[in-house]
Design a protein around this ligand. Structure first.
Ligand code: GLY
Length: 409
């Protein structure tokens, strides 16, 4: 009898063990749900930004964290740096996701640190700086002072409109980084991302001047900045007297005729936003063509995180640009709303990007990566800094994409 009991006990134990193992295997193989993934990344983001803020809180004036230098020290953005709006923007996204007042207080503090940046007129980046900080703050709080900053920034950007060429001039010719490059009235593709600020300002004021400038710039850019395959040049240089195109050249990409990854992403997002504000079908068609160039491009690796330039050849391994992938993911989340016929392929592409960015390959370990969230982006390859580095705008578009992805049913 005792041996029967012993045998039965051993048999049951083996069964329990086997079933446990099976459960473990099932759990390991089960794909993390979308919501679990989003919560995991936001939990990490909160730890990271807490850690980062503690390192910079005592700075006076308060500066915005931008990236890491080669020696691992923090690279900060001064108020008029084109990246200064992204860190406050990410803090607004942390507040939006967590509803924790602590993040609202931090977002307000870092947004306030940008006060007066809305009056910057010497380049086009006031859109990046103000829309992503004050603009996001206004979306979440309806604080009238934030709205006024957006309107003031749109007025600043509008001063750069050049009717002779029907474009907004991106950089002044005396900007230090283009000295000696023989440019007269340069427009960079990144400029497409600043049009949203103008469209928002028309909504806030009913003054159609901003809307018209944005729409005209977007129309001219289709004509002059894009190649037949819907990839784009980084710079189109116009003649300030005649308005005619002088030359089409590279600045941040690999070569004049190459496709700089982030430039393709800026153009895609810019045209989707232009369509969402105007309903102009030409902008939607442009966005669809650009998305086709990106999504079906044989030079994009299987994880959908592009090399810093699709045609880069000079280093092995060629660095990836997680920032470009995050921008594309966020842009396609907008496009899938309008191009319903191709919704499934957009959603699959977006999911591949976001799951890969959320994997240990791209996502920082807690308290590593200087406190930033994503690894492996490229700022300006030719300046030999911010190469294979964290970037505050990679984090920003990643958090933005995750929040929007979570809302897709
Ligand atoms: N100037 C914007 C960028 O580097 O993408």
């Amino acid at each position: 009898m005792t041996s029967i009991i012993k045998f039965t006990t051993i048999y049951i134990s083996i069964l329990v063990l086997l079933s446990c193992k099976k459960n473990v295997e099932v759990a390991e193989n089960k794909e993390e749900t979308k919501q679990e993934l989003i919560n995991r990344v936001f939990t990490l983001a909160a730890y990271q930004y807490d850690f980062l803020i503690k390192k910079i809180d005592t700075l006076s004036p308060l500066l915005q964290p931008r990236s890491l230098n080669k020696d691992g020290s923090l690279r900060m953005a001064y108020k008029e740096d084109w990246t200064s709006g992204f860190f406050p923007g990410s803090l607004w996204y942390l507040y939006e996701h967590t509803k924790n007042e602590k993040w609202k207080i931090e977002a307000e503090k870092f947004t306030k640190a940008l006060d007066s940046a809305q009056f910057v007129k010497w380049n086009h980046d006031v859109g990046f700086m103000i829309q992503n900080s004050f603009g996001q703050g206004y979306r979440l709080t309806e604080n009238e002072a934030y709205k006024q900053a957006v309107i003031d920034a749109a007025k600043s950007l509008s001063t750069r409109y050049r009717p002779v060429a029907k474009i907004i001039q991106s950089w002044d010719t005396n900007a230090p980084w283009i000295q000696g490059k023989g440019l007269d009235m340069p427009v960079i593709i990144d400029n497409m991302m600043n049009l949203n600020l103008l469209y928002q300002a028309t909504k806030h004021t009913s003054d159609s001047t901003f809307y018209n400038i944005a729409t005209t710039h977007a129309t001219t850019t289709i004509k002059n900045q894009y190649r037949d395959d819907y990839s784009c040049y980084h710079i189109v240089d116009y003649d300030h007297v005649t308005g005619k195109v002088r030359k089409k050249v590279n600045f941040q990409g690999f070569a004049d005729e190459s496709s700089w990854a982030r430039g393709q992403a800026w153009g895609l997002y810019g045209y989707i936003e232009a369509y969402s504000h105007t309903g102009n079908i030409m902008f939607l068609e442009q966005a669809k063509h650009i998305s086709n160039f990106i999504m079906n491009n044989p030079k994009i690796p299987k994880d959908n995180i592009p090399y810093w330039d699709y045609d880069a050849q000079d280093t092995k391994p060629i660095p990836r640009d997680a920032s470009a992938a995050a921008i594309v993911a966020s842009a396609l989340i907008e496009l899938q709303k309008y191009d319903v016929e191709n919704k499934t392929s957009y959603l699959n592409y977006i999911e591949t990007i976001l799951r890969n960015l959320s994997s240990e390959e791209y996502l920082a370990e807690i308290r590593k990566n200087g406190g930033f969230i994503l690894k492996h982006s490229v700022g300006n390859f030719h300046e030999n800094n911010e190469t294979d580095a964290p970037l505050n705008y990679a984090d920003y578009y990643f958090l933005e994409a995750l929040i929007k992805w979570g809302k897709i049913k």
